[in-house]
Design a protein around this ligand. Sequence first.
Ligand SMILES: NC(=O)c1ccc[n+]([C@@H]2O[C@H](COP(=O)([O-])OP(=O)(O)OC[C@H]3O[C@@H](n4cnc5c(N)ncnc54)[C@H](O)[C@@H]3O)[C@@H](O)[C@H]2O)c1
Length: 250
Amino acid sequence: MSVTPTNFSGRTVIVTGGGSGIGRATVSRIVDGGGIVVAVDLSQERMDAVRAEFGDRARCVTGDLAAAATIDAVLAAAGDRVDGLANVAGIMDGFLPTAELTDEVWDRVLAVNLTAMMRLTRAVLPGMIARGTGSIVNVSSEAGQRGSAAGTAYTTSKHAVNGFTLSTAFFYGPKGVRCNAVAPGAVATNIEAPFHSEWAQQRLGPIMQTTIPSVAQPAQLAAAIAWLLSDDASNVSGAIMPVDGGWAAV
Ligand SMILES: NC(=O)c1ccc[n+]([C@@H]2O[C@H](COP(=O)([O-])OP(=O)(O)OC[C@H]3O[C@@H](n4cnc5c(N)ncnc54)[C@H](O)[C@@H]3O)[C@@H](O)[C@H]2O)c1
């Protein structure tokens, strides 16, 4: 797979979940394109590795995005100007179907996959509006387009990510701010996705085996995220873009 660099010189971009998988590949792409990244991740070890590789091109924040204090720390690290925001961090839900859901799983999945995204987006918008420019890219999922790709909490969170993306795009388009989402299919990352429900495994297993066309590399997702962040996508807002090897067409 060849990768064409995107120009990010002079830009500062926040990337959540920057320590692994799609987030890590996005950090790499932005730094390679001459940008500065503010990377945030729960894992100290992963943030140390990002710092070691990218030096002062990547300002690293370790913390739980479900905590308001982490959002504040990210904004402090970014400083006055944020040109782009990539809301990448997310967690799975053990594929739990509705009748087997616990409040704990529901609350945690929605806090990380949805509420953190809202808080960070809400915080960067005033600066983007004041400058009349900015790009926000949210990571959704094929589970945001259908009911047969994850458990109920994750599926709900990713459908909500799509709604959040459209609403934000609608309200702030006239202010020069674009908001889009990518919807990955299966990607080879460190995300933990064990089945914690026998019924879900029975119900989803065969469907997933026959409908998922391919497993992508994180760099293939990062390429799409970088494009949406960049001026090459200046006329694109409110798009939920499948980057899934064709799964959405099944
Ligand atoms: N891998 C896939 O097959 C796939 C498919 C569809 C969508 N996605 C979405 O892609 C996004 C990235 O996932 P990935 O596959 O690269 O996973 P990953 O686990 O490799 O990377 C996610 C990173 O986010 C961090 N993170 C998780 N919770 C956090 C929190 N509360 N605060 C701060 N950091 C936190 C993790 O420590 C990890 O480093 C997620 O939103 C996920 O839902 C992934």
